[in-house]
Design a protein around this ligand. Structure first.
Ligand code: PEP
Length: 245
């Protein structure tokens, strides 16, 4: 099955920047031979602009969050059906920056995953230990609890393992740490979902770049990457797409 390379633009990109990045990445896709499924998640404000530009080159559109309710009195929030209406296919949920900035709990992430799937979106649910949990030797325990709490019954989306300490730090987790944690996540998924857990894709995210992608992407339980900073420009993003297996 094709790997998935997801670009998370976070809160970056005025109209001119977003249009340029989408055009450049789209043009470079013509020369890509990896066969990876590429997904770009711009800020909400750029979804309508970049969606058609990306689709033209076989790139799917993703969003960075959605609300758990289908509609109603939630000022400033966006429902999953509104995203689907714009042609969005994937949505990142429970990113550590949302857990940190908006106090999102596992339970909320789980409700959002249900809402996303009901609207026809593929949820990409993020889990990962903090620096404190890592230094206390509690990484697997922390990630295990997040998986149990954040994934709803019958989950058929994607899980992104993103160690919080690696995000935006310039230093990715080691190959061994990624191999060990993705193996642990696979076992948890099988424990929770039976055979269906064997096919849930697990992405790695946290300072993936064109230099380390070729070490990370071939690991046994890694089904792709979630990429922040390096996804903002074609020059830094495409080497990762080309390293997909
Ligand atoms: C992310 O925000 O999901 C991420 C992985 O960021 P970066 O690649 O910049 O570490």
């Amino acid at each position: 099955m094709k790997q998935i390379i997801v670009g998370n633009w976070k809160m970056n990109g005025l109209t001119a920047d977003a249009a340029k990045a989408a055009d450049d990445i789209g043009a470079a896709m013509g020369q890509d031979v990896s066969g990876a499924q590429v997904v770009i998640c711009p800020p909400f404000t750029q979804l309508a602009l970049v969606g058609p530009k990306l689709r033209e080159h076989g790139i799917a559109l993703g969003a960075q969050d959605c609300h758990q309710d289908p509609c109603g009195a939630h000022t400033g929030d966006i429902a999953a059906s509104m995203l689907r209406d714009l042609g969005v296919e994937y949505v990142i949920l429970g990113h550590s920056e949302r857990r940190r900035d908006h106090n999102e709990l596992d339970e909320t992430v789980r409700e959002k995953a249900v809402a996303a799937a009901a609207a026809g979106l593929t949820p990409i649910v993020c889990v990962g230990e903090s620096e404190d949990q890592r230094s206390a030797g509690d990484s697997q325990e922390a990630v295990g609890w997040q998986i149990q709490g954040s994934l709803p019954q019958g989950f058929t989306g994607i899980v992104a393992y993103e160690p919080v300490w690696a995000i935006g730090s310039g230093t990715a987790a080691s190959q061994q740490d990624i191999a060990d944690m993705t193996q642990f996540i696979r076992e948890e998924l099988v424990r929770q979902f039976g055979d269906a857990g064997k096919t849930i894709k697990i992405l790695y995210g946290g300072s993936v770049n064109g230099r380390n992608a070729a070490d990370i992407l071939p690991l046994a339980n890694v089904g792709g990457a979630l990429v922040g900073n390096a996804s903002l420009a074609a020059e830094t993003f495409m080497p990762i797409v080309r390293a997909a297996v």
